[in-house]
Design a protein around this ligand. Structure first.
Ligand code: GLP
Length: 263
């Protein structure tokens, strides 16, 4: 794992966007695993800028989002599908047929999970998976006690997660859907490469537990420690509780640029 700490959220986001765009330029047909949330939204804004000003080309890539709220239709502005359309898909030259988000309107999570996994397999697997970090340590919507073997399926959200995401629902926790359909931890770990981004002091405690604590099924993000090719980009505020902080800086400075193999 390589942990890169930037002075502020803006430079963390710019670095993450640079990593995504580098992969896309190197492999235009890459399969991108995408996340939603306040952390990653400015990464998409930067990718849109690169598309417009530098010709970053999305025409051959495929995109699979991590998760979707159950009960929200794709055209519901609060759905992750609509969020992705507004923030990225409608603003770049990605083929709409190559963008995938789990179907939140499914009544059968098991069948939808299997369908989504089959689509990922048919695309050849995810090349680069972008991840945010939930305040309770979730990745995607893999709430505490998600199995390391889990695949795309329905999960009941914790009240804390509903609170965290309430701002998008008029500040009302109870308006946040109680369930979501999410890639599993196993699905995420199958990606060829992981890129987690965490910014802001609200993430500091959880980031330290996820990266430096034991691999723990109550903190799904800790399971990224098992991945041999994983980069984490954090700002100073999110990195504040990391114990080996000086070492991470030294490694990054010594290498001069992000490592290819990060194990
Ligand atoms: C939601 C998403 C996660 C995301 C998390 C962090 O719960 N399902 O994939 O990582 O939010 O959100 P934020 O970046 O807004 O803090």
């Amino acid at each position: 794992m390589e942990i890169i700490i930037r002075p502020d959220a803006r430079s963390a986001v710019l670095l993450a966007a640079q990593i995504v765009s580098d992969r896309l330029r190197t492999r235009p047909d890459i399969v991108l695993g995408l996340a939603t949330g306040r952390t990653v939204a400015p990464i998409y804004a930067e990718l849109v800028r690169m598309h417009r000003q530098e010709g970053l080309d999305f025409s051959r890539c495929r995109c699979f989002n991590l998760d979707e709220y159950v009960g929200l239709a794709p055209d519901d502005p609060r759905s992750y599908r609509a969020t992705m359309q507004r923030g990225l898909f409608d603003l770049v030259n990605v083929d709409p047929a190559r963008t995938h988000v789990p179907d939140g309107m499914t009544t059968d999570g098991r069948t939808e999970g299997r369908r989504y996994e089959a689509l990922i397999d048919a695309a050849g697997g995810i090349g680069l998976q972008l991840l945010g970090l939930g305040e309770n340590g979730h990745i995607g919507f893999n709430e505490p006690k998600s199995s390391v073997m889990s695949r795309t399926r329905m999960r009941t959200l914790t009240q804390r997660t509903r609170e965290q995401n309430a701002p998008l629902f008029g500040g009302d926790r109870d308006a946040v859907p109680a369930q979501a359909i999410t890639m599993g931890v196993g699905t995420i770990l199958d990606a060829a490469e992981l890129l987690m981004v965490a910014t802001g002091s609200a993430k500091a405690d959880m980031l330290a537990r996820a990266l430096e604590g034991p691999v723990d099924s109550t903190i799904s993000a800790s399971m990224i420690q098992l991945h041999p090719r994983c980069q984490v980009v954090a700002d100073e505020a999110a990195a504040a509780s990391l114990q080996y902080r000086q070492y991470y800086d030294w490694v990054v400075r010594g290498q001069g640029q992000p490592l290819r193999e990060t194990g």
